[in-house]
Design a protein around this ligand. Structure first.
Ligand code: PXG
Length: 465
């Protein structure tokens, strides 16, 4: 087998990548021509690429490296676990210590009576578990017609057939025959772009009441559950008006609809509490977790389930599971990650230091001529780019054109900030320090200035009519 290493020239690595590696959410032929950026190492909040650039990773990998890069403790735990028991399954009435310990720890951290854990390999898999679990729950209770799951347009719940059906991404539904049956999407609580002249509080209530309208239209006897992210992540860090979640909770309680909080991004400290549900006052029956559960050091996800749901599901055989449900190495690494989050009070750092500092610093971006909205919640933030702040207009150019230009300018200034359409978003590692936030804001400002200059040059500073 030929050795492919960090020491090879970038162009050679890019050519080998283009020849054999298919990338997610990518136009492969175009990337093959351009060449992918090769990341070679990382420490703290900083990535290194094959050309020696040091890049501030304001996306924590992909919303996941909560404790930051380069924590040897996790590598040591993984190596120890691989030597002791690299794999055993949790089917057929067997278990092992890492799965026992992690399930116990999650039960103690999760709010309310969320005391039972079904492991998966990713957030997508965990949401597929949830689809089967909530439908099975109602079937076992003698109400098999309750099979519809309500979710939201522009929500993201994963990329498998089931989880992408729950998601409300139209570009995903357009490929591969999605969505599956009995999924219904309502509108998102995105006031800045969709609220028009309404007051945010009224808009939040109106969007939440779409859930009630959907339940009444579809029939209470048909609806199994509602799933949503406490704060939409991949949809563009859309922070709902304060009125939204209490109304959603009221409706779920009134009609006894199971509430699934997808905490894949919001979980494990991102919003300044262990879970986004605690920050936003949500009482879910099931939480989906992944990403920050292991800080991305191992692939693992889970559904954390209430006593009531677990009891019903446990009353019969639940014909569901993955080879890697409760993988011992992933569980051991996740457990060590949770220990570090607790011992170093990283969530306290988010709540008391990093998030307030970011909030103030991020708000200054609103003064930039391109920025229509600049908001954060915990350590997630977004700016909306617009050619006209007053009317909150969209650009005349196809949506995402300007966002992509801005992302390129961020890259060029050694900053990773993602674009969703023409929104720019961040979710840095939770260990980020105030001086690193200063660097983030300084690079973002230069990138915005350069983006503005390029838009002028290319005559793209025009509003959609
Ligand atoms: N739920 C939520 C809320 C997510 O954000 C998933 C489920 C699926 O998890 P897995 O582990 O199967 O990917 C996610 C994943 C992006 C981006 O571009 C976001 C995600 C994944 C890939 C890209 O923002 N979130």
């Amino acid at each position: 087998m030929p050795t492919i290493s960090n020491h090879m020239p970038t162009a050679e690595l890019q050519a080998l990548d283009a020849a054999h590696h298919m990338h997610p959410f990518t136009a492969g032929n175009e990337l093959a021509e351009k060449g992918a950026r090769v990341i070679t190492g990382a420490s703290g909040v900083t990535l290194t690429d094959s050309q020696g650039n040091r890049i501030l990773d304001a996306m924590a990998g992909l919303w996941c490296v909560n404790i930051g890069y380069g924590r040897d403790e996790l590598a040591e735990v993984a190596a120890r676990q691989m030597r002791e028991l690299p794999f055993y399954n949790t089917f057929f009435q067997t278990t092992h210590v890492p799965a026992i310990a992690l399930a116990n720890e999650l039960a103690s951290l999760a709010p309310g009576d969320l005391n039972h854990v079904f492991f998966a390999g990713s957030g997508s898999e965990a949401n597929d578990t949830n689809i089967r679990m909530v439908r099975t729950y109602w079937a076992l209770k003698g109400q098999p017609s309750k099979s519809i799951i309500i979710s939201r347009k522009n929500g993201y719940h994963g990329s498998t057939v089931g989880s992408a059906s729950l998601g409300g991404m139209s570009a995903m539904h357009a490929q591969g025959g999605l969505p599956i049956a009995d999924v219904h999407h309502i509108n998102q609580p995105y006031w800045w772009a969709e609220g028009g002249g309404t007051d945010p509080a009224e808009f939040g209530l109106a969007r939440a009441r779409e859930l009630e309208e959907a339940i009444l239209t579809l029939g209470e006897d048909r609806v199994a559950a509602f799933i949503a992210e406490p704060v939409q992540g991949a949809g563009g860090v859309i922070i709902p008006p304060a009125t939204y979640w209490p109304e959603i909770q009221r409706i779920c309680d009134k009609y006894e609809i199971l509430l699934i909080a997808d905490e894949v991004i919001c979980g494990f400290g991102r919003t300044g509490n262990w879970f986004g549900s605690q920050t936003l006052g949500i009482r879910p029956d099931i939480m989906t977790v992944a990403k920050g559960l292991s800080s991305g050091y191992q692939p693992i996800g889970a559904s954390i389930v209430s006593d009531t749901v677990a009891k019903v599901i446990g009353s019969d055989e639940f014909n569901h599971g993955y080879t890697y449900s409760g993988h011992p190495v992933a569980c051991a690494v996740a457990l060590e990650n949770l220990r570090i989050l607790q011992d170093e009070d990283i969530i306290g750092h988010v709540r008391n230091v990093a998030a307030p500092y970011l909030k103030t610093a991020w708000a200054t971006l609103a003064d930039h001529p391109l920025v229509g909205e600049a908001r954060t919640l915990g350590l997630m933030g977004a700016i909306a780019l617009t050619p006209d702040k007053d009317s909150r207009a969209a650009f005349a150019a196809e949506e995402g054109t300007v966002g992509l230009i801005c992302r390129e300018r961020c890259f060029a200034n050694n900053l990773i900030m993602r674009h969703v359409g023409d929104r720019m978003i961040i979710a840095p590692p939770l260990v980020i320090q105030p001086d690193e936030i200063d660097t983030l804001i300084a690079r973002a400002t230069v990138a915005l200035d350069e983006c503005h200059a390029e838009l002028k040059k290319r005559d793209l500073l025009r509003s959609a009519s």
